[in-house]
Design a protein around this ligand. Sequence first.
Ligand SMILES: Cc1cc2nc3c(=O)[nH]c(=O)nc-3n(C[C@H](O)[C@H](O)[C@H](O)COP(=O)(O)OP(=O)(O)OC[C@H]3O[C@@H](n4cnc5c(N)ncnc54)[C@H](O)[C@@H]3O)c2cc1C
Length: 419
Amino acid sequence: MTWYEATARPAPHRPPLAGDLAADVCVVGGGYAGLSAALHCAQAGLKTVLLEAAAVGAGASGRNGGQIHSGQRQDQDWLEKRFGADEARRFWALAEEAKALVRRLIADHAIDCDLKDGLIHAAWKPREAPALEAHAAHMRAVYGYETTWLDRAETARWIASTRYHGAVFDPGGGHLHALSYARGLAAAAERAGAAIHEATRALAVAPAPGGAAVRTASGTVTAQHVILACDTWLGDLDPAAGARALPINSFIGVTAPLGEAAARALIPSGAAVADTKFAVDYYRVTADHRLLFGGGETYTARYPRDLKAFVARPIHRVFPQLKDVAIDYAWGGPVGVTISRMPHFGWNGPSILFAHGFSGQGVATATLAGQLLAEAARGTLERFDVFARVKHRAFPGGRLLRAPLLALGMAWYALKDRL
Ligand SMILES: Cc1cc2nc3c(=O)[nH]c(=O)nc-3n(C[C@H](O)[C@H](O)[C@H](O)COP(=O)(O)OP(=O)(O)OC[C@H]3O[C@@H](n4cnc5c(N)ncnc54)[C@H](O)[C@@H]3O)c2cc1C
């Protein structure tokens, strides 16, 4: 069991699909992207049915670090070089909208998910500190986005660790309880009129008269539009799109309760922290005064045998003072990454659309993706197309070699973190 499952708001039982249905929109996948799509479609008055293979939040959305980041997964200067200043501004505006959307949905639907403001981006290596500071200056000068630069000594006051060489405090970032947020979105979608069927795996999607049909073991949903929001599993239903992202496993450990004072001493601001490593460490203190720490990745399907020991290593590297504290929970989850680290949005024919590959930054971006998918299903493409214009290459190697080649490449970059 994850810490999220142990502490989340309870969820109702949602029966599987039974029989054939007709709808305006059929959404496949009950993570942030699918739930937000279903909510926005239902709010627009569309008859909406969501099919989830397991349970709401069973994928990455119920087991992630809960961190809300500013910007896209790629920095603005990368986006400016790759797409030009105007398009980079559009990406920035959408990223700001994504954070605002998360906060708005939580407020509008009274989602009880421990939302807290603030995120610290910390430099792991000495040479990364000036680069972080320069990036913060660029964001202030070009986008008017204010953050606070913390030098090495100041950083040690914000994070009780001697590991970092400087940091940027971003008041616009934040964190939340990942599974309670997903469950809150599901409840909001249902109140807006969407039907959610759990334990209902989509087996195939195909064009059908007037739209497309989604076949499951217990019935078929025929709809004008089908929204595929199944992230790392997209390849099962659309192999060509699925080949544009591959899963890597990220792992999270949660300590035993530290007590309020000791927990606050680790990160007095209560902000989340993410560092500059390729295999990033990301962590925060929870509402019940534990440290929730994501760190360590694997690039094959296999999980480490002793997960608690695996997640303890990065925790103790940053906070050696926690060496004697038990790890109560440890789990992993699949992060869908694209080659460019930009999410992949698109169409498979006129009635089937998808968004996936949020590359480790899906709390805000997948929520926004759901809204943009709903807009696109209703014929408004302007914002959807900002993402859909990004060209994506399939990972090389074909079906058999793709995963091992990715593993090799990722392992090389992760090794560079240690050099
Ligand atoms: C360990 C971990 C830590 C992370 N930390 C962060 C973080 O701190 N901040 C951040 O921004 N992002 C983070 N991410 C990434 C973020 O969680 C994801 O980008 C986001 O949740 C993706 O949402 P989604 O709705 O696209 O996919 P998912 O949440 O994976 O949902 C897809 C759903 O589709 C269902 N499904 C799949 N196939 C089918 C089918 N055939 N039929 C029916 N249903 C199907 C699955 O069961 C699943 O529930 C993290 C991810 C992981 C794994």
